[in-house]
Design a protein around this ligand. Structure first.
Ligand code: ADP
Ligand code: MG
Length: 214
């Protein structure tokens, strides 16, 4: 059966933490260009705390329990805009996945709930040069390819997120700190879009590693 189970979702979150650690300097560099240079360290601090929190979560009852704990930890540990935004997204995904497994359609619905939470909190529209500009195309790609299997859907979502990051380059930021720069925010990728790409890539990596594709 092509499902996301509790070990898989734990592997996903650990993979995100590893990617954030590995890419911390790059995320900080992106945020130095159009923000305050703390996006990498914000997420590093958050996901380090998430790893510790997951170690104390013995026998999670559902896929969602792992994601809810992840989200609550991000909200409490990350001071920047990205903490509450990603924290709310993970909590919303957690609430959407009350079972011990999630099939591709259920997981797509959870990713949609995550995006809805980000948009509710941050009020960003597509094109505002934020996380939304990577998560929106990634979700659309996941939904479009969900019936080809989880690993393939996650792979196409990661590719779509990467394109979403590139597409933020010519945009002028209309939300968050980068918006203070006005037209000077043009010509750089959005750091939050870049970290969203990491989140979707980590999903593809976790699925590729733990489940044979197809
Ligand atoms: P801060 O801006 O408080 O320093 P971070 O540097 O951790 O926080 O995160 C910056 C990223 O947060 C931005 O690159 C952008 O993608 C995202 N972001 C900021 N405000 C919003 C918003 N209102 N909606 C969606 N994403 C946002
Ligand atoms: Mg910042």
């Amino acid at each position: 059966m092509d499902v996301i189970d509790i070990p898989l979702v734990l592997a996903w979150v650990r993979e995100i933490a590893a990617a954030v650690e590995q890419q911390e300097a790059r995320l900080t560099e992106l945020d130095s260009a159009i923000g305050d240079g703390d996006h990498g360290s914000n997420l590093r601090r958050g996901f380090t705390a998430v790893l510790a929190a997951l170690d104390t979560l013995d026998e999670p009852a559902s896929v969602g329990a792992v994601l809810t704990r992840t989200g609550s930890t991000l909200i409490s540990k990350v001071g920047g805009a990205s903490g509450p935004l990603y924290g709310s997204a993970f909590r919303a995904m957690g609430a959407a996945l009350p079972g011990e497994t999630a099939d591709p359609a259920e997981f797509a619905a959870a990713l949609a709930a995550g995006l809805a939470a980000i948009r509710k909190l941050g009020a960003a529209e597509p094109g505002d040069k934020t996380v939304v500009d990577a998560w929106t195309p990634a979700l659309a790609a996941f939904e479009r390819t969900a019936d080809t299997g989880l690993a393939a859907a996650a792979g196409s979502a990661a590719e779509a997120a990467a394109q979403g990051v590139l597409d933020t380059v010519p945009l002028q930021a209309r939300k968050g700190r980068a918006s203070y720069l006005g037209p000077r925010s043009v010509g750089h990728p959005d750091p939050g879009a870049a970290s969203t790409e990491l989140i979707f890539r980590a999903l593809a990596t976790a699925l590729g590693r733990l489940k044979p594709s197809g």
